[in-house]
Design a protein around this ligand. Sequence first.
Ligand code: ATP
Length: 370
Amino acid sequence: MAGDALPVAEWLSDYDVSQITIGVVASHSSLQILHGARQEGFRTLGICVGETRRKMYSAFPGAEPDEWLILDDYKQMMDYAEYLRERNVILIPHGSLVEYLGPKNFQILSVPTFGNRNILEWEGSRERQRIWLESGGCTMPRVIEDPKDIDGPVIVKYAGAKGGRGYFVARDFRDFRRNVDLEEDFTIQEYVLGTRYYFQFFFDPLPDDGYQVDGMGSKDGQKIGRLELMSIDRRDEANVDEFYKLGSLRDLRDMGLEPSFVVTGNTPAVLRESLLPEAFRMGEGAVAASMELEGAEQGMIGPFCLETIVTDKLEFRVFEVSARIVAGSNVAVGGSPYSDINEPGISTGQRVARCIRKAIEKGRLLEILS
Ligand code: ATP
């Protein structure tokens, strides 16, 4: 896989680890990453295109980077790898970095990066995600291979769609046929009716206390690291969230309207407490299974998110995994009802910086970078 050959050890041998700078593309979840890095005593560097972005950060002095790298295009980062390494930069990846660079460039960017870049091959495809999550004991929404077999509400997801844009809901085959764009690749999933919860977990392979993940397969019986629940959010999605106010799906179609699932923001959530053991079981399964994925070597490291729906039978369906910090964790920049129990006010961004700081202290930095 693309990331396998990256000489991270060689890069690190030229680093002054007492002078690490946390670097991040100024977008997505960078406010908490920059703020958290500063709380853990790191210098920070923000990367952006154009001055408008930079100006916005002056509104948040607690997160304003110590230094900026201003580019004309994010893809220029590929040419700035040496510049970043000379500044002892560890990059914290998020969804926008991967999107702006493109997955291929991200995997070969020659800068030490927090977490495991090789897992992208598994995260980046719906089919591979299914293999991964199901082998970890998660139940996913049923896939309908043949549209003629649609026997209840389904959600049709186009391959290239981002953030739910262009998805549509169909009640039966006729409905599907009327709405589908056959030029595009799509997946048909059962529409799971229930309540959505997006779990922001953090897996730290270094500590040997707390909720320890039991390895499976080649790591069967081993305790492989600590799983933490940082926060839970729910996405605000336009326009599906407000659709019910306008009448039935049929009424809406008569008005020429289709529900859309475009993420506009997030709201914090807490889970019915008796469901938490199952949430941890799924998080643990996803981490344990990630260590067995071909080419993913170290498996999951750091923040990840399970996107779930809980039905009225109190059963979970996991419809997606993100293998890095998600923007939903922004609801907990000042802590969450879960992370506060362990340490008041800690965000996922600070947790990332803490993980790096502890790894430096233990001389184990290589284990959490790629
Ligand atoms: P992103 O990459 O931003 O997470 P995406 O394009 O991969 O988005 P999904 O996360 O798969 O899209 O789905 C977008 C939204 O569609 C979800 O947040 C949820 O509201 C809804 N959704 C997805 N799958 C299902 C399902 N099987 N049943 C009901 N609703 C679903």
